[in-house]
Write a protein that binds this ligand. Structure first.
Ligand code: GDP
Ligand code: MG
Length: 683
């Protein structure tokens, strides 16, 4: 007789798969792809699982195919073809229901296959929310019958299953629904009677079980809920059978049905994507005949799946962020790095949360922390690299900006320039650094900020020293310029107060220079000590510059010209400045002597800086008296300075040399004067 599912269901019937094969091997390779093909891999908790128990050839597969539109093998009456042993799974049509069908041989009579039956029952129990117990009406009440033996097995494995975990679980126990479907119901015995008989049998079986420690007083209802229904004879009353099956289907698909079988409390809380691993590990446990500790299994599953989900999220994430490396390593500052890192991290976490949050909560939370740390660990080098690059860029532009402003602005205030550029640089760094400082990390930017601040200070210090030097050099040039004319004038017309004039000029030039220095130094934020040292150096250098000018003006030839001109003024011109024409009666000798001696007396005046008013001389400390200066000399930055020595312009020897050279020149003038009178006589 044909046992086709209804034609409407046939159209999009799902393809079944063999979950456990005839060699009792779990089909690990096929399960996950099959779930995907059935469109259930992403269902989370949004699926249900039911399984069936019952002796062979009681129409189990026929019923499942009718109810769910599955494609399980049905025994062909005509051929008596043997179905393939194992546990099969199929998706119900237009419903998120996974159905498991157990195929075995009719081995019970031969006592062969109770082992597989026990294993498959144990397996179904750990996964199914609802177990359909399929039996003929005439089997009801036959305590010795095959069914009761199977139920005994179910209860036993169930107790075994909870035995290990019972200690941990003081709360409500996981319950499973047993739905008894009584086949070929003739109708003479009402359902209530059949139900009462079955319940009595069930209790009897329960009482006869030797219960594990701690569960001695447990009731069957602590672990099971029961439902009962009947179906008419399929072959004798085909349309009644179909109608009854349609009604029965309502219990599986309509949550509003008072007899809805998939009540949430029966759900094993295994997300669909975790099923392959979970069922596989359950089957391994079943095979090794260990006690099934379901909570531990679920924790293990959670660990396994959370790791898998985290790894998947992480590998997408690391592919996404890989590109940052070469930018960071080549020294770039990525404007959107912070936002990009944050986004990629959120995407990875969201991916993880979506799938992993359905698993054991503590495991999930723990694994989430692990993942977050791993994500942060991957991003951290980018964060640090960006800070480093930013640091460099900010520092370079600080230096460039300061230099540019000093070049561009005529009367810049160094302190102000450095101050504003410094806070601009620090603000820029802080703002850009904050953009890459992600929340939920142990990252910080303070250390980098402090380091940047130090380096800016270092650059500013170097620049300040340079600037101060430049400024001092400028002032020194001004001093030199300011001294030139007064020195030249005074030395050209030697008078007893010649040095007084020069020193008065020196004092005013120096005072002016010091005032300029102090005014400018204010904006350099120079320290008190720096100012003291700079002013001392300025005085010293100004003094040396005066001395150099004097030396230039008293060099051999210059001085000789000066002496000659003094002598000429006296000897060759009269008191009114009119050139003399010597006559024989003139006292050439007397005039010559006076002019010569007066000129010679100028040499000591030139030979030493000696004002008449001693007060005019600013006595500068010599290197030997001034440790700061001595240190500068030590460093080779300055020449040894000996103030008293600078006052002396000529040595005694030089004085004598100058004197004798001048005498010779004067003698020549004398001879010339004499000759001129002789020639005038001769005419
Ligand atoms: P299973 O071994 O329990 O899966 O049983 P099958 O679904 O393979 O059916 C075994 C045989 O029983 C087949 O020849 C079916 O046609 C027949 N069959 C199916 N449903 C019924 C039913 O409700 N009543 C009767 N009497 N036979 C049925
Ligand atoms: Mg079958």
């Amino acid at each position: 007789m044909p046992v086709d599912p209804s034609p409407t269901l046939l159209s999009d019937q799902a393809e079944r798969m063999q979950l456990i094969d005839e060699d009792q091997k779990f089909n690990n390779a096929q399960f996950a792809p099959k779930l995907k093909q059935w469109g259930l891999d992403d269902a989370g908790f949004g699926y249900d699982l039911c399984a069936v128990l019952g002796s062979q050839s009681t129409g189990k597969s026929t019923l499942l195919n009718k109810l769910f539109g599955t494609s399980f093998d049905v025994m062909d009456e005509k051929q008596r073809r043997q179905t393939t042993k194992g546990i099969w799974m199929c998706r119900g049509i237009k419903m998120n229901v996974l159905v498991m069908d157990v195929e075995g041989t009719d081995g019970r009579e031969r006592g062969e296959d109770q082992d597989f039956e026990r294993k498959s029952a144990l397996f179904s129990m750990a996964s199914a929310e609802c177990l359909i117990v399929n039996l003929w009406e005439h089997q009801v009440g036959l305590y010795q019958g095959a069914n009761m033996g199977l139920l005994k097995t179910v209860f036993e494995v169930n107790l075994g299953l909870f035995q290990a975990s019972k200690a941990k679980l003081n709360g409500p126990k996981d319950k499973t629904l047993l739905l008894f479907v009584i086949r070929d119901h003739v109708g003479t015995t009402p359902l209530e009677n059949l139900q009462a008989t079955l319940l009595a049998d069930l209790n009897r079986i329960w009482d006869s079980l030797s219960k594990p420690e701690g569960l001695e007083t447990s009731q069957i209802t602590d672990f099971f809920d029961f439902m009962f229904t009947t179906l008419p004879h399929k072959i004798l009353l085909p349309s009644e059978f179909d109608k009854a099956v349609d009604q029965l289907r309502e219990r599986f698909i309509n949550p509003k049905d008072p007899n809805f079988v998939f009540r949430p409390e029966y759900h094993k809380r295994i997300p669909a994507d975790g099923l392959p691993h979970y069922l596989n590990s359950i089957w391994d446990q079943v095979m090794s005949n260990k006690d099934l500790d379901l909570p531990t299994q679920q924790e293990l599953l959670a660990q396994f799946r959370c790791d898998e989900i985290a790894n998947a999220a992480f590998s997408l994430f690391s592919a996404d962020v890989k590109g940052f490396r070469k930018h960071i390593e080549s020294g770039n500052v990525l404007e959107t790095l912070g936002a990009d890192m944050g986004r990629h991290r959120s995407v990875a976490l969201a991916k993880f949360d979506k799938d992993a949050s359905r698993y054991h909560q503590e495991v999930y939370k723990r694994k989430r922390i692990d993942l977050l740390e791993k994500l942060n660990g991957t991003l951290s080098p980018f964060f640090l690299g960006q800070l480093k690059n930013l640091h460099k860029v900010v520092l370079a532009s600080f230096r460039a900006n300061v230099l540019e402003r000093m070049r561009g602005e005529v009367n810049y205030d160094f302190g102000e320039v450095v101050g504003t550029e410094r806070s601009k640089a620090e603000n820029r760094f802080a703002a850009a650094a904050k953009l890459v400082l992600l929340a939920e990390t142990d990252w910080s930017i303070e250390e980098e900020e402090a380091q940047l601040s130090n380096e800016i200070q270092g650059i500013a210090d170097v620049m300040r020293v340079e600037e101060t030097k430049k400024m001092v050099a400028q002032i020194e040039r001004n001093v030199k310029k300011g001294l030139a004319e007064p020195v030249e004038l005074a030395l050209a017309k030697p008078q007893p107060d010649m040095w007084d004039k020069i020193l008065v000029a020196f004092r005013s030039v120096l005072e002016n220079a010091e005032a300029i220095y102090l005014r400018k130094a204010k904006s350099f934020n120079c320290t008190e000590d720096e100012n003291k040292a700079a002013l001392a150096a300025l005085r010293r250098k100004s003094w040396l510059s005066l001395r150099a000018k004097v030396d230039e003006q008293t060099a051999d030839t210059v001085l000789a010209a000066k002496l000659r001109s003094c002598f000429e003024d006296r000897f060759r011109y009269d008191d009114e400045g009119v050139p003399r024409v010597w006559k024989p009666d003139d006292d050439i000798d007397g005039a010559f002597r006076t002019a010569r001696d007066e000129t010679l007396s100028l040499i000591p005046l030139y030979s030493r800086i000696a004002p008449k008013d001693e007060e005019l001389l600013i006595r500068l400390p010599s290197s030997s008296d001034d440790p700061v200066q001595a240190a500068a000399v030590e460093r080779g930055e300055e020449e040894e300075f000996d103030f008293p020595a600078t006052l002396q312009l000529f040595t005694e020897t030089r004085k004598a040399e100058i004197g004798s050279r001048f005498r010779k020149e004067a003698d020549a003038y004398y001879v010339e004067a004499k000759r001129s009178t002789v020639s005038s006589i001769a005419q």
